[in-house]
Design a protein around this ligand. Structure first.
Ligand SMILES: *Cc1c(COP(=O)(O)O)cnc(C)c1O
Length: 374
């Protein structure tokens, strides 16, 4: 009998969000609402659809492994050299490449917790140890939701090769500000790589939340991760990128790139999306407006929702989380529960969010009736 490595055998299987079509069929409704994976609700950009069809005739060939055209556009867009850019099959894959490039087995990856659920898994795959630093309550006595950068800096030791700072943080939506992040970067030893995971950067509206690409300048141990999956609407094509101050960091990440893993359609779509940035900005502004409406509606229901700088909100429901999520699913609304902690809900269209709010009212009142009856 063959056996996988013990660390791999011990890994929990990844549980993707439920498929809305399956759920709708199962509970016998026409349509389920999916607010679980932080995609934007808009259809693909017109220029993206055009680029995909124009490129479809080239898919008998391997893609450009260096993603030369896209890399040049990204370098131009961010004012860096092409050598400072690495593209990947989703930002998630770039996270994995970073661990492979910087973490020998037994070394450490440090990050806040709760944060992006992939960090501990990719550490495990790399044979690295995870050092998880608890979030601190955003309001006194409130739910744990904000990075504790002082504690994160203090957690870094000789074995720490890599630190992820997810800003805004998934799943809490909270963001760290410029002064504290600069102080943190100043405190991190020069031989530890800090990766600012800015998957949700395009939804940030607080001017005091720094742009990682600006913070990175002059700091050779800092890199920034971005993705086309969220604001840019290309989640299904799998493409993200890393920008590094030090070309050696981008080079190391490129060395762990699985050849041709950024496909031809994804490259063409990303180039087209970048050229449609005005439209993307309009879409993000609509998401931000809806985020404010959804946040206010939840607060009217006495739910302590923190200000989100991303395209999702975090409901710290504690022990009620799993029950509420199941109740919502029974009413054809798919959200992302973190059992015992809270529920992450993607900002959808106003119509989708109204369906969610109605279902939530229903679930919360049925739960309180049950509690009262018990
Ligand atoms: C969604 C997300 C990513 C990127 O996902 P890809 O689809 O792999 O590009 C990266 N980091 C965080 C925190 C995310 O939420």
């Amino acid at each position: 009998m063959v056996s996988p490595r013990p660390t791999v055998a011990a890994m929990p299987a990844y549980k993707p969000g439920r498929n809305p079509a399956d759920l709708a069929r199962e509970i016998g409704v026409e349509r389920a609402v999916k607010l679980a994976s932080n995609e934007v609700a808009f259809p693909p950009l017109p220029a993206v659809l055009q680029a995909i069809s124009a490129t479809a005739g080239e898919t008998n060939r391997y893609p450009d492994n260096g993603a030369v055209v896209l890399t040049a556009r990204l370098a131009e867009r961010y004012g860096v050299e092409p050598a400072q850019v690495a593209t990947g099959c989703g930002a998630v894959t770039l996270c994995q490449q970073l661990a492979q490039a910087y973490n020998d087995p037994g070394t450490t990856i440090a990050f806040a917790w709760r944060s992006f659920e992939m960090y501990p898994l990719l550490a495990q795959v790399a044979g690295a140890r995870s050092r998880q630093v608890p979030l601190v309550p955003g309001t006194p006595g409130g739910a744990a939701d904000t990075h504790d950068l002082e504690a994160l800096a203090a957690a870094i030791d000789d074995s720490t090769r890599l630190v992820f700072v997810c800003n805004p943080n998934n799943p809490t939506g909270t963001a760290v500000r410029r002064a504290e992040l600069e102080r943190f970067l100043d405190a991190v030893p020069g031989d530890t790589l800090v990766v600012l995971d800015e998957a949700y950067r395009e939804f940030v509206t607080d001017p005091d939340v720094p742009d990682g690409v600006e913070l990175m300048r002059g700091r050779s141990n800092v890199a920034v991760l971005r993705t086309f999956s969220k604001a840019w609407g290309l989640a299904g094509l799998r493409i993200g990128y890393l920008l590094a101050e030090d070309v050696a960091v981008a080079d190391a990440v490129r060395r762990t790139h699985v050849p041709f893993s950024v496909n031809t359609l994804a490259q063409a779509a990303a180039v087209a999306a970048l050229a449609s940035e005005d439209e993307v900005r309009r879409r993000c502004a609509a998401v931000v407006e809806e985020r404010a409406r959804l946040t206010a509606a939840l607060r009217e229901r006495s739910l302590p929702v923190a200000d989100s700088q991303a395209n999702f909100v975090w409901l710290p429901l504690g022990e009620r989380t799993a029950e509420v999520a199941a109740g919502l699913e029974g009413r054809a609304v798919i959200t992302r529960p973190f059992a015992g902690e809270g529920l992450r809900v993607t900002v959808g269209t106003p119509e989708e969010d109204d369906v969610f709010l109605g279902a939530l009212d229903d679930v919360l009142s049925s739960l309180s009736t049950t509690a009262a009856g018990a």
